[in-house]
Write a protein that binds this ligand. Structure first.
Ligand code: 4AD
Ligand code: MG
Length: 467
């Protein structure tokens, strides 16, 4: 058997009279007088194929094995359909059942199973309508993102997954060590961990899973002008929210000779073009999300593509929030970090479309952001989206050696660890900017799915590393 070159989606285009073969997994079987109908899917498109089996074509014994979840191959013909709503149908001559799925045990039988339950059987959920659609959109979205950047002359680079530097300074990193192997996993391991000598560890110093590829991306941008990364990132934030994962994918473009304005323009163009690509290429899947998951999805996506994002400073946003009269759970004052309730009020109630907030207080942002003349704020930008809140975080970078060095020290970071990052400001420094898009937040936005665990095949969250 070769890999599949034709899929169920191709069969819908075949004219009547064509012999055809269909491979897939059974969704349902329905028997009525003289004929059986079997719905099968192979994940290639939203639509199932309906296979018509006339009585006597397939032995009764074989027919019984064709139950929900079984894997099958049907050989038959495309014929004109007497039914309404479709021009052709698939008439089976023979079947091969590759693998049965015992109806007494197959967990994915009922329609309308909750997303919580489906998370527990994440190894099977891609066979259902919703998750087939989610992962097709995920695939197309990744392609559209690469296409967007490659079309504009950006170079795709790969940055390390294991790193010794904490880019965001949030201290939410997973350690990478081989010392534990030497100590075993018994009760003595904890004591040994405390006494750990990092000089004896694999890398000779503490190492972590990266929270962002940005710092490395900056080094390549300052030589290749426009680059981007698209890779996994890790955060040990112990927050069980519906918008945070411990392992998520991030797209990080970095542009030399580019100001914050250029950065904002790119971010806006980027989101619009990727959404337009999905509207053009995933229409059946998005139609399903619009019907079943988020009623205003399609109108919202069209609206976003066709309207300018609002831009305002953090200071103005805080002002509007303070004057809103809304009973927020978290108070808003200048210097406070915005919570998702604030971000949602700004985008959903106040403005009604995505908002780019700029010039945040320097004390709530990372060390690398360019400081403004006021001494209080930095050239940060967050893109906030209705329903999601923060979808992109970025900034113009501090390109002045002295200012950056001072800020690293002020924030209590180990200066020696950033020698190479500082070198970029010693030799041929330029104004430069970049941002990071959380891939799963983007997918929540375009599918309307409410929980970030449902837009990644296998989620990693506190207490959860199954599959
Ligand atoms: O705002 P963040 O922390 O920015 C950075 O990491 C910068 N180094 C990016 C850059 O300038 N190159 O993260 C960027 C985006 C957020 O806006 C959010 O969409 C997503 O990453 N994100 C998460 N997504 C899922 N789970 C989490 N725990 C996330 N934390 C951030
Ligand atoms: Mg952020």
């Amino acid at each position: 058997m070769d890999y599949r070159r034709t899929y169920i989606r191709d069969l819908f285009d075949l004219p009547p009279g064509n012999p055809a073969t269909a491979y897939g997994w059974v969704k349902t079987r329905r028997d009525s007088k003289g004929v059986s109908f079997v719905q099968i899917a192979d994940g290639s498109c939203f639509k199932d194929l309906q296979v018509v089996i006339e009585a006597g074509t397939i032995p009764e014994e074989t027919l019984k094995r064709i139950t929900t979840g079984a894997s099958v191959r049907f050989d038959g013909d495309i014929v004109e359909s007497p039914g309404e709503g479709q021009e052709t149908e698939f008439k089976a001559h023979s079947v091969e059942v590759y693998g049965e799925a015992d109806p007494a045990h197959y967990p994915l039988q009922k329609k309308g199973a909750s997303f919580e339950f489906l998370r527990e059987i994440a190894h099977l959920r891609a066979r259902g309508n919703t998750f087939g659609a989610v992962f097709r959109v995920r695939s197309r979205c990744a392609y559209a993102i690469h296409k967007f950047f490659i079309d504009r002359g950006f170079h795709n680079i790969h940055t390390p997954i294991i790193t010794a530097s904490d880019c965001e300074g949030a201290g939410a990193m997973f350690a990478v060590t081989t010392l534990l192997d030497a100590q075993g996993h018994g009760p003595e391991a904890k004591a040994a961990l405390r006494a750990m000598e990092f000089s004896e560890d694999f890398f000779g110093k503490p190492a972590y899973l990266t929270v962002s590829g940005q710092l490395d991306a900056e080094t390549l941008a300052l030589g290749m002008t426009n680059v981007y990364t698209f890779g996994p990132t890790f955060r040990a934030e112990n927050s069980g929210t519906s918008r945070h994962l411990a392992e998520f994918w991030m797209i990080e473009p970095e542009m030399a000779f580019c100001s914050l304005e250029g950065n904002m323009n790119l971010a806006e163009e980027f989101l619009k073009e990727v959404i337009q690509d999905l509207l053009d290429n995933c229409s059946a899947d998005l139609e399903f999300f619009n019907q079943r998951i988020e009623p205003d999805l399609l109108s919202t996506l069209h609206h976003v593509v066709n309207s300018g994002f609002e831009r305002m400073t953090y200071t103005e946003a805080v002002d509007r929030l303070a004057k809103s009269g809304e009973p927020f759970e978290f108070p808003v004052f200048w210097g406070s970090d915005l919570q998702s309730e604030h971000e949602r009020w700004l985008t959903e109630i106040d403005v009604g479309r995505p908002v780019i907030l700029t010039d945040y207080p320097k004390d709530i942002k990372a060390f690398y952001m360019r400081q403004n003349e006021d001494g209080k704020t930095v050239r940060a930008m967050d893109v906030l989206a209705p329903r999601i809140g923060e979808i992109i975080g970025g900034s113009q970078r501090e390109e002045r050696y002295d200012v950056l060095e001072k800020r690293i020290v002020e924030m209590g970071l180990p200066l020696e660890a950033y020698w190479w990052y500082l070198d970029l400001r010693r030799f041929g420094s330029v104004p430069h900017s970049g941002f990071g898009l959380g891939f799963e937040r983007m997918l929540m936005y375009v599918t309307g799915m409410k929980n970030i665990r449902d837009v990644i095949p296998f989620h990693r969250t506190p207490g959860s590393a199954e599959f």
